[in-house]
Design a protein around this ligand. Sequence first.
Ligand code: IVH
Length: 680
Amino acid sequence: MTHKIPDDIKKEIEKLVADLNYHNYRYYVLDSPEISDAEYDRLFRRLKDLEDKHGLILPDSPTQRVGAPALERFEKVRHTEPMLSLDNAFSYDEIREFDKRVKKLLGGDSDVEYTIEPKYDGLAVELTYHKGFLLRASTRGDGYEGEDVTQNIRTIRSVPLRIEDKQIPEEIDIRGEVYMDLEEFEKLNKERQKKGEPLFANPRNAAAGSVRQLDPSVTISRKLYLVCYGTGALRGVRFESQSKFTEWLREARFPVPAKIIMATGIDGAIDAIKQIEDSRGGFSFETDGAVVKVNDFALQQKLGVKTREPRWAVAYKFQAHQGTTKILDIQGSVGRTGVITPFAIFQPVQIGGVTVSRSTLHNWDEMERKDIRIGDTVIVERAGDVIPHVIEVIKDKRTGKERPFPLPEKCPECGSKVIRDEGGVAVRCDSLHCPAQIQEKIIHFASRGGLDIEGLGEKNVELLYSKGLISHFEDIYKLKKEQLLLLPRFAEKSAQNLIDAIERSKQTNMAKFLFAIGILHVGEYAAKLLARNFRKLEDLYHIKPERLLQIRQLGDKIASSISSFFSDEKNIRTLESLKTLGMQISNPDFVASKKSKLPLEGLAFVITGTLPKPRKEVEDLIESHGGHASSAVSASTSYLVAGDNPGSKLKKAKDLGIKTVSYKELLSLIEGKRNPGLFD
Ligand code: IVH
């Protein structure tokens, strides 16, 4: 910027940044906002306007949390001080042994002062602040070298972009954990299930997956939190103890653990662990233990580290919320987008005070990996409010009667043939008639990219579905204004508008229509390709994948899903009914080119005898070049393809005067040389 920014504008920007950061802290760290969201938004917009107009953006401006472009890869970062892990203790006896070791190493017998806090189950990060400003954020990696995730960590609202303190250290590395709270975790998994995406097994994986994203816009869409519990390298500042450091963190507006208990002597520490375990259910985050640390930093120094763990701290691991039960049955459930997920029905079991009688098994891959079968005895975990899941099968309890649950051939809701997604991990139902999906399909059908029926969005589709007015695609075009007027959301005008919008949608084109009916993997681009290559909808009925693969831009996955959609009679019937109901589908995109005519189009073939290639392969070859392969010779047969030891078909063909060709001649037909016939 060349022009000078007026002082009053500069002051206003500085004040807005400071105020917004303060309110951000009240909201995300203290969970006690002082102003309304609307007021916050107003201040934010004012700041953004001033920044845009005057080009002055302070490094800690809250507008800088968003908007960084996606990276190609993460840079490596070497930690100044290695990031260690913790020794685990699984019983109070082991905690007492830890205390004994500490005392022995310190060479005394007096009680040691400990701090005890929950262990957050997330992703360990290091935040480097230079002269008070967030310079870099990195993951732990192997402890010595991690990845630079600064632009993702910046999007987390509880991460201060600037240290607020009278005494600002020259440079400080602050360590903590990025985590996802349980509510957000469940919400995210529900959304993923709806979209047919793989679920995160636990909040830790979800947090790690969200931070290790090259595109920060993904990270910002996931609500993440930070909690700080330690230091790395320090320059220009010293702390006496963990508790003094925590005090400083609080003042400098960093989020600290939800509960920190001080105890002198190991009995008090064990008591504190119990308190934390008791509070566990009330925490908004996942915790799998409590960390006990020697409070005094000088003593920590004296105790030092083993190879990878400090001698001054230990993690007490809580008993997981687990139970053992039997799988009575496994069934498939169909999500709103057609993904079929296996779930187990248990002999009801009490886990952490709740009766658990079923749980998702996520997908077939996971089920096979854990080798889960009907009749198996399994360990089930229910952590916090997290949905229960099967941890493992107790193989010793097998009797031999257990049965695996294979990938279903048919949709458990509607009985249509299912499609296997690549890799076979997911199976989907793609029928237009599946009650589990019909709402979602209709919403898509009517959406802007589809047939654009204004007034037929999510809410109204839900309403109309719940009233039994639309349970099939066809029903949209049978809706009557009088029916709408009986519903709470409709008045004269809105009902008329919807009826009009439905009427308008009857005039459409093939590309739009193909996208709107929501064939798996067929987006707007593939729909357009189909429209370019096929004159009318009927040309797609019963289409073979081989034919579709001749369209260069279509891959196997799309081709097989299109072919499977159009081989379902019920789907075809629906398309025909839509036409009967007045739908008119033009196709301005169709390009009739010579090239698109196939060499065997309009020809019928019958095969006899042994050919150089398996019969099925030859049939596919014929079909993929536009021909039709049938099994019996008749007057309408164009060619008999005869191999070695031909059967009675040869005679019949001769009798009927049908041309006979060899396999080689078939190939030249395909290459475009008509009438090769020896027997011509
Ligand atoms: S103190 C030398 N305090 O647990 C490491 N760690 O399993 C000192 N963790 O690497 C760490 N909550 O990522 C500490 N309140 C807490 C913690 C905590 C979670 C993580 C941390 C550590 C890992 C060890």
